[in-house]
Write a protein that binds this ligand. Sequence first.
Ligand SMILES: [Zn+2]
Ligand SMILES: [Zn+2]
Length: 393
Amino acid sequence: MKAVVFKATREVAVEDVPDARVERDEDVVVRVTSSALCGTDLHMYDGRTGASPGMVLGHEGLGIVESAGPAVHRVQRGDRVVLPAHIFCGVCFNCARGDSAACLRVHPGHVGGAYAMPGMGPFRGSQAELVRVPFADANCVVLPGTPGDEYEDDFVLIADAWVTGWHATELAGVRAADTVAVFGAGAVGLLAAYSAQLRGASEVYSVDLIDERLDKAAELGFVPVDVRQGDPVEQIRELRRARTGARLPGEEEMGGVMAGIDAVGFQARSRSDLGKEDPRQVIDDLARLINPTGRLGIAGVFTATDAAPAPEGGHADGSLHVPWAALFNKGVTVGFGRTHDRRYTTHLRDLIISGRARPGQIVTHHESLENAPGIYDRFDRRVDGIVKAVFRH
Ligand SMILES: [Zn+2]
Ligand SMILES: [Zn+2]
């Protein structure tokens, strides 16, 4: 089968590799119809997280079940399925509680597993013609329709980008009438903002520094905030001052937002030099922006090992200097971590099917798998206006 293979830092190739096959009785093999390119793929591509040469990339796959092992009962050959990025068994101590990202069986000796991520198990990725799905009854979300129909882009985003964005709004406790600021308007950030909107937020601010992302944020009905124009915390406070005419006692103190989301992670840009990384920047800003009694959801990735930590504020072991005291004194609730796909995937599928949500609006590029090396390069360099690219296989 053809697959996108990691070769070396900033080098991928489309190569022939051994076909994915049913290896255990609970497996299925899926013929991929769409797979999406994610910022997390760039953590490997950029040589930050120690990917091994030969690794088949991709953790956002959609396709048709091609073959199934004898212990698979819930899905069958011919089913259209989306494959959530974080693989889980469905029945262990954590899975039984819905905490599927912390599955204890999928990668023995570790907490959680995923396709095509260093440290997350030996699972090959879905930027390939075929992909093996372990514990298939748990890890296939069955969908209606046929490949290439109007939902193809919506459904592929259930694999990761939208569930992660939705999870971020859960972590930040977003509820009706909330004011929400999302730092990062990549796919996850935009879909976190979109999720906040679906949950009834009254104001949604979308912070970034790339024109096409800010344009997309505005197109989706969020207030774009351009970091290149100055301190985003002051910009949002000013926008809110202008918007809220009536004053309740003490409302000036609450001129930030009630819910803040970090959809950037460890590769945050330093505001004193936007060409440099500072992994503390977004958390620092959110600690200033979130109101007393507010909530902070951190969905951006923070890696446990970083081969090239930022000179300012970065550490190879992922340690960070963060403003705990500010968060403590404001009584901010902080939530962290990978999305528990099991809790959300069927709900999000149903929002799409019912016509309530069209997350596929954020997809800007469709590519053939053959073009992977070029699109990785352009996405990595943030050129060509790529917000979200989907490979049509
Ligand atoms: Zn992803
Ligand atoms: Zn489990």
